[in-house]
Design a protein around this ligand. Sequence first.
Ligand SMILES: NC(=O)c1ccc[n+]([C@@H]2O[C@H](COP(=O)([O-])OP(=O)(O)OC[C@H]3O[C@@H](n4cnc5c(N)ncnc54)[C@H](O)[C@@H]3O)[C@@H](O)[C@H]2O)c1
Length: 354
Amino acid sequence: MAKKVKVAIAGVGNCASALVQGLHYYSKKGPDEGLTYWDIGGYTPKDVQIVAAFDVNSMKVGKDLSKAIFQPPNNTVKITDVPEMGVKVKKGPLHDGIGKYLKDVVPVSAQPDHDVVQEIKDTGADMLVNYLPVGSTMATAAYAESALKAGVAFVNAIPVFIASDGKWAAKFTEAGLPVAGDDVMSQVGATVLHKTLVKMAIDRGVKVDETYQLNIGGDTDFLNMLEETRLKDKRESKTSAVRAMSPYEVPTRIGPSDYVPFLDNDKVCYIWLKGRYFGGSVVKIDVKLHVVDAYDSGGVMVDAIRGTKAALDRGIAGQLESLSAFCFKHPPVQMPYQAAKAAFEEFTSGKRGR
Ligand SMILES: NC(=O)c1ccc[n+]([C@@H]2O[C@H](COP(=O)([O-])OP(=O)(O)OC[C@H]3O[C@@H](n4cnc5c(N)ncnc54)[C@H](O)[C@@H]3O)[C@@H](O)[C@H]2O)c1
């Protein structure tokens, strides 16, 4: 029987829903449009199994994952029915997971916390994927510690710095486990588009004078991000990815900009760039991107998960540099998109160490 990639997830929100639905969709369809890679390290999307899931929402805790992903306030689009998975969502430790705005829409389960480490061990998971809300600093630390204690890899989809933090990375290196992150860079998302525009302008001799990226959406991610105090790492993550494309300082403003409830899980992004080219002539680029946010992350996480499993198979511990540069906004090492893609492919084919 083919080897499997066994995944535990923390946070059964829209991103988890898109991942679970997407895995089922491609398992039925086979290699089809929308995937960057069918095979990574010998694993196809058919080989990725979600074996454990944690949440705090009483509408999700205790339910089979196939049902929990469709509970409110999740509101991403449904692309497929998902058959019973035999994976009951367990109550995770709350810590700072639910902020000022989410507490009105997320009923927190009164059940006692489940033993996260034991659940990961019992289910034989290879890695824990972190999908908590932005600003869940303590909760993310608790799940990262659990991954270390359970002896599994950690893949951090959110902008709390773990893979890109030297102290955390050292803990994973010491434990002989890989760590990937931070903050997933969506497949055709605002960050990769903005990075590419800035890089193209600079490569072609433009002096970039100013740039901004404004984002709006109608899901709990955007509702939660109305709380400015939870946003410090998110702004840093998104801004650093674009800033790394320029050899000089460019006045830049990037971040989530508003919550528009009727957009549901659609995300709209406006990118603006102003610069000067030959003879000081002015160039302005004004772009609008419209995507279903959760599926945009799913298309990359399905690669990050398989790349991390390939690292486990090869006994690679600590920061996964090329994988993180390709799949995440705030990796340990920033790379332009094309360089990151080449490094990722060398890494997953075994030609590159990390
Ligand atoms: N394209 C994208 O959607 C994208 C891109 C980059 C990063 N991210 C990040 O991924 C994360 C997940 O996004 P989402 O849209 O699924 O968010 P979401 O709000 O839909 O889901 C978060 C889930 O975490 C649960 N939760 C809260 N505290 C918890 C705890 N302590 N333990 C376990 N579960 C807990 C919530 O109940 C909810 O189900 C966010 O931080 C988001 O910023 C998403």
